[in-house]
Ligand binder design. Structure first.
Ligand code: C2E
Ligand code: MG
Ligand code: MG
Ligand code: MG
Length: 279
């Protein structure tokens, strides 16, 4: 035992730790090839108007169809991609595919794409994304880039420059996962944003009094800044009702639809004139 050896710290290497490290190493190995083979694909989750349920746009969420491990979500490989320097290639693959898919949707349907704080603060990455958008034929006005609060905190000047570039091209900006970070109000007000997205942890807190008040404050903030608020992680009709009553404009969550493949998304859109999901 490490303890018997006299050290102050007990370090046990559990089988679970080993298997997760082994998995990480294996995924690291596979990622480059996976990107080249087209195993990394966007899935699309609808964002609907409240309370009508009309589908307004889709958020592209990355998925890895791993030949041995099945479908993996971003929690399993996004940080690995960053560590091995493949996160930008992953972003470009997502941008290419989602703009191509989005171009074939009805024109009124928008597309949202996630960028990491590091990416949004890198002008070369932003420029490359814009080149991909222009080449795809998707009208930039249909695209919204989602950025988290962290991006704003760490490098305000760079984030501001990127946002200016994107907006000049007609692209919208959404502040993602609002309510989970530490963005100060003054900094948020310095960025011209088009939308605030409140995190699902906030939506889950609607049941208690304090949580409800917090959600209300965010709704009022959005209103006073003339920014529509989207709530993510809506799972129950009651949450949708409560959020609507508090002034929330858009909703996203399993109640309306799980992330789905490009083909299923195109089928959903083709199934009727204006798609609307009951809530
Ligand atoms: P996010 O942008 O806040 O995306 C919402 C996440 O919540 C997605 O998880 C979605 O599947 C999940 N979700 C949606 N509705 C519900 C619900 O009703 N209940 C529950 N429990 N979960 C719900 P996902 O796809 O695992 O993505 C996790 C995060 O990974 C995303 O959070 C986003 O920050 C990041 N991400 C995803 N794709 C990309 C990407 O292409 N690039 C970058 N940089 N980040 C990405
Ligand atoms: Mg997002
Ligand atoms: Mg979130
Ligand atoms: Mg989000």
């Amino acid at each position: 035992h490490a303890k018997d050896a006299g050290g102050g710290h007990i370090l046990r290497f559990s089988p679970e730790m080993f298997s997760s490290l082994a998995e990480r190493a294996a995924l690291e190995e596979d990622l480059r090839g996976g990107l080249l083979r087209g195993e990394i694909r966007p899935y699309y989750q609808p964002i609907v108007a409240l309370p009508s349920g009309e589908v307004m746009r889709f958020e592209a969420l990355v998925r890895w169809h791993h030949p041995q491990r099945g479908m993996l979500g971003p929690g399993r490989f996004l940080s690995i991609a960053e560590d091995v320097g493949l996160d930008d290639d992953l972003l470009y693959a997502m941008a290419r595919q989602s703009c191509r898919d989005g171009r074939d949707w009805p024109e009124r349907i928008g597309l949202s794409l996630n960028m990491s704080p590091r990416q949004i603060c890198n002008p070369c990455v932003v420029a490359q994304v814009m080149r991909i958008v222009f080449a795809s034929g998707l009208a930039p006005e249909r695209l919204t880039i989602e950025i988290t609060e962290d991006a704003v905190i760490h490098n305000v000047a760079a984030a501001q420059a990127a946002v200016a570039t994107l907006r000049q091209a007609g692209v919208g900006i959404a502040l993602d996962d609002f309510g989970t970070g530490y963005a100060s109000l003054s900094r948020i007000c310095t960025l011209p944003l088009d939308m605030i997205k409140i995190d699902r942890t906030l939506v889950q807190s609607l049941d208690d009094d304090a949580g409800r008040k917090l959600v209300k404050v965010v709704m009022d903030l959005g209103q006073s800044l003339s920014m529509p608020v989207t709530a993510e992680g809506i799972e129950t009709a009651r949450q949708a009702r409560d959020l609507t009553a508090l002034g929330c404009t858009f909703g996203q969550g399993y109640l309306f639809g799980r992330p789905a493949s490009a083909r299923d998304t195109a089928e959903l859109l083709a199934s009727s004139e204006a798609v609307s999901i009951d809530c």
